[in-house]
Design a protein around this ligand. Structure first.
Ligand code: AFD
Ligand code: MN
Ligand code: MN
Length: 428
């Protein structure tokens, strides 16, 4: 259970309500001068949710060390309690994405716990980048693309088991990320390794229930440092094309080379109907898994600008999977995930404010400066009153982090959840 009571949220909101309303009305007045109806934007943003990764509520680590956090969840049920807190306060995270085998439990128990918090299950994530106890074949040299057929088969069967559990808990998608690749030139034949991957992935795809989707996630490097089988969006697109209609590319923001134009990748995948969804996070250098928009909020805005542009043209897939994927080493994961979910909503709100007609006209006339300014004007708008009012109207907290701290939830669970010993490393 969690101790975020309705009365706590109510009393916290009472204290903030007057200012929130004044700010909202002031922004509403400004936006109406631009012909924008603030309530229409508020409704869209408040209805926009992202899935929380179950692994995100634990304290992560780096390749060097892992420092345990206070009151870390011991199992998937504790994790779901934490996810319940995030959604209760923000109203922005109605679903949870499970990682198997980390989160294995009985389907009935999972469903019951999720129901208790009003949560749904988003995409299932398989794990063939680590060896599990009692596993026959090692993934040291790969999984779905391993040279040994029996190892590939074991990895395939693991994915099928993920689907089976997913069906039982109401999920409808499988996300596959593999660490397969090579560390030295010559270690692997790049072509045959990809052939083996495709064959394995096809077998998994062919077993998908009719209403399921398969998301494959590309990542430029790590844990393999010379080559990675699914290293970029081009390869990812080839996979989705090869497998079939229900195979889509998942874009994790941290999985590209520095300075890559991610919004353009998004535009391309949308254009060719292969964008499956996102893993939102942020990074300075590599797959840093920092809080969403912590480093480059403008980039997140530009990604949402592409999504809204596609939506306006009637080209946006309504079933896109929006998920967070972050690792927290020095913050309280619940606070970071709440913050990130709200940052995603913020970028969406800003993108909805772009004057699309003006932008199209400036683009058509090659008025570069003004076209850029149209985007900047939307990005510069402080949409916090919209986000806050959306939460207030839905009965969530105007200021989720403040309400969370006031609740004493972390101290409360710390009493029930003993500290987990510091492992050697804890990369997730
Ligand atoms: C990886 C991927 C991913 C995967 C996770 C494992 O981003 O989605 O499931 O880390 O912790 O880098
Ligand atoms: Mn990811
Ligand atoms: Mn990652």
């Amino acid at each position: 259970m969690n101790n975020i009571s309705d009365s706590l949220i109510h009393s916290e909101n009472e204290a903030l309500k007057a200012n929130a309303t004044t700010d909202y009305e002031a922004l509403g007045e400004r936006l109406s001068r631009r012909g924008v109806d603030i309530q229409a934007i508020t409704d869209k943003v408040a209805a926009f949710g992202v899935a929380v990764p179950s692994w995100g509520v634990g304290t992560g680590g780096t390749r060097f060390a892992r420092f345990p956090g206070m009151g870390e969840p011991r199992d998937i049920f504790d994790k779901l309690d934490d996810c319940g807190v995030i959604n209760r306060l923000t109203g922005a995270t109605p679903s949870v994405s499970l990682h198997i085998p980390w989160d294995i439990a009985s389907a009935d128990d999972l469903r019951a716990k999720a129901q208790q918090h009003g949560l749904r299950f988003d995409a299932m994530n398989s794990n063939t980048f680590q060896d599990q106890q009692q596993q026959t074949y090692s993934y040291k040299f790969g999984s779905l693309s391993h040279t040994n057929a029996a190892t590939r088969q074991q990895a395939i069967e693991h994915n099928l088991a993920c689907i089976e559990l997913g069906v039982a808990i109401g999920s409808n998608a499988l996300t596959v990320w593999v660490g397969d690749g090579s560390n030295f030139p010559g270690q692997t034949n790049l072509t045959s390794q990809f052939e083996r991957y495709l064959e394995s992935a096809q077998t998994i795809y062919n077993s998908l229930p009719a209403d399921w989707r398969l998301y494959t996630e590309h990542k430029i490097y790590e844990p393999a440092f010379y080559s990675t089988v699914v290293q970029d969006w081009g390869t990812n697109y080839l996979i989705a094309q090869t497998l079939g209609d229900r195979a889509y590319c998942l874009v994790d923001l941290g999985h590209h080379a520095p300075n890559v134009n991610i919004e353009m990748i998004v535009a391309r995948l949308v254009q060719f109907q292969k964008l499956g969804g996102f893993h939102f996070n942020d990074s300075k250098y590599g797959d840093d898994d920092l809080d969403t928009a912590a480093i480059d909020p403008f980039r997140l805005f530009l990604i949402f600008n592409e999504l809204v542009d596609a939506d306006v043209r009637g080209k946006l897939d309504k079933n896109l999977a929006h998920m967070l994927d972050q690792s927290h080493n020095v913050t309280d994961p619940i606070e970071s995930l709440m913050q990130s979910a709200m940052e995603v909503q913020r970028a969406y709100a800003q993108a909805l404010l772009v004057d699309r007609k003006a932008l199209a006209d400036f683009q058509q006339g090659n008025d570069v400066l003004m076209a850029a300014q149209v985007l900047k004007e939307a990005f510069r708008t402080d949409v916090e009153p919209i986000l806050a009012m959306g939460r207030l109207q839905k009965g969530n907290a105007i200021n989720p982090v403040a309400a969370y701290r006031k609740s004493g939830y972390r101290q409360h669970v710390a009493e029930q959840r003993p500290e987990v010993a510091a492992g050697s490393s804890g990369i997730v």
